[in-house]
Design a binder for this molecule. Structure first.
Ligand code: ASP
Length: 342
């Protein structure tokens, strides 16, 4: 059997942090220590190469510039490795996994994001299991075909489609969930891959790596009592090109005239408006209630069952790579990387 090669990329996050003896706060440590801390890595039946960001980041500092770097790094090493594991802070991991799912098309190798709630050097860490299993997943090939050739996220015994995930807990080891799409694999005594939920490996030899992201995207979270002034000022934000409206339930919003007028005006100005529900599970349906129909008439696009993380990064990707607004709207409605259920 061929010895698979995995590239382990450390971007930062708790998994590779230590406690600063002076301040007591967690800070990134030298990545070389990760292999020292996890001797189990040498027992995995694959060849592991490691690389680290020169300046590891707490994932709260993640941004499209760093996603570009990550995509370039994967592109540079794509043909040399069978799989990639990205160690990342859990706080914004769902955004990064979503972003990469749009920035790399035609994937035929696994890219697995993982991290930890407790640093790897701490005795009760969840980091070791997450790391070791993520590497196993990235190196699993069945009859020469990768078991999970997509951008995924592994945490606490479950592998999820990256662009379907949301961070749910800042303290439980079981920190992520994928409400609208089943887990791709579960790790117990064996790792059980659920083939019917996993994207097929692309037939194209080399994927396309996109580096452009445009962050002129905003999020307008609705709440009962939101004021006209707030909404009006929000849409006057300079350079705003697309807005995710976080609505109630199945994609509902107030039917007040002033609100719908603001949306209609923004739409006429060329701002792309998309509807994502504040509910963690379920889908937007703008035709179900009168309160959703108003949005439909104002030109708001239903995002179906997408996560907020995927909606934001999908818009950044589309604005970065297409200039025609009607084309962007048309593509937004389609399923690009398994992020929506059609
Ligand atoms: N603040 C950390 C980060 O997201 C938390 C973690 O790694 O889980 O980088």
């Amino acid at each position: 059997m061929q010895n698979r090669r995995v590239l382990l990329i450390y971007t930062g996050g708790t998994i590779g942090m230590i406690t600063d003896p002076i301040s007591g706060a967690l800070k990134p440590f030298n990545f070389a220590q990760i292999t020292k801390e996890v001797p189990e890595l040498s027992k995995i039946k694959c060849e592991i190469r490691t690389t680290s960001f020169q300046h590891p980041v707490d994932s709260s500092n993640m941004n499209p510039e760093i996603w570009r770097e990550l995509v370039s790094l994967i592109e540079k090493h794509y043909s040399d490795f069978d799989g990639f594991v990205i160690l990342h802070g859990s706080d914004t991991m769902a955004y990064s996994a979503s972003a990469l799912s749009f920035m790399i098309h035609g994937l035929n190798k696994p890219i697995v994001f993982t991290g930890a709630q407790l640093p790897i050097g701490i005795i009760r860490t969840d980091g070791k299991e997450n790391l070791v299993t993520a590497i196993e997943i990235a190196s699993t090939y069945i009859n020469g075909t990768p078991a999970a050739p997509e951008v995924s996220l592994y945490f606490e015994y479950k592998l999820y489609r990256g662009n379907r995930t949301t961070k749910l807990s800042s303290e439980h080891f079981n920190a992520f969930s994928s409400f609208n799409y089943p887990a791709l694999a579960e790790a117990g005594v064996d790792i059980k891959f659920k083939k019917k939920y996993i994207n097929e490996s692309s037939a194209v030899l080399e994927p396309t790596f996109y580096k452009k992201m445009n962050n002129n995207v905003g999020v307008l979270k609705l709440f009962p009592g939101i004021s006209r002034n707030q909404v009006a000022h929000f849409f006057k934000t300079p350079e705003m090109q697309a807005v995710v409206i976080e609505t109630f339930g199945s994609g509902n919003a107030t039917t007040k005239d002033w609100f719908l007028n603001e949306l209609t005006l923004a739409n006429k100005k060329g701002i792309i408006l998309v509807n994502v529900t504040q509910c963690l599970s379920g889908s937007v349906n703008q035709t179900k209630y009168e309160t959703g129909r108003g949005l439909e008439y104002a030109g708001v696009i239903s995002s179906k069952d997408i996560t907020i993380e995927a909606a934001i990064t999908k818009l950044m990707f589309l604005l970065g790579n297409y200039s025609d607004i009607s084309e962007i709207k048309k593509i937004y409605k389609t399923d690009l990387a398994g992020e929506i259920t059609i």
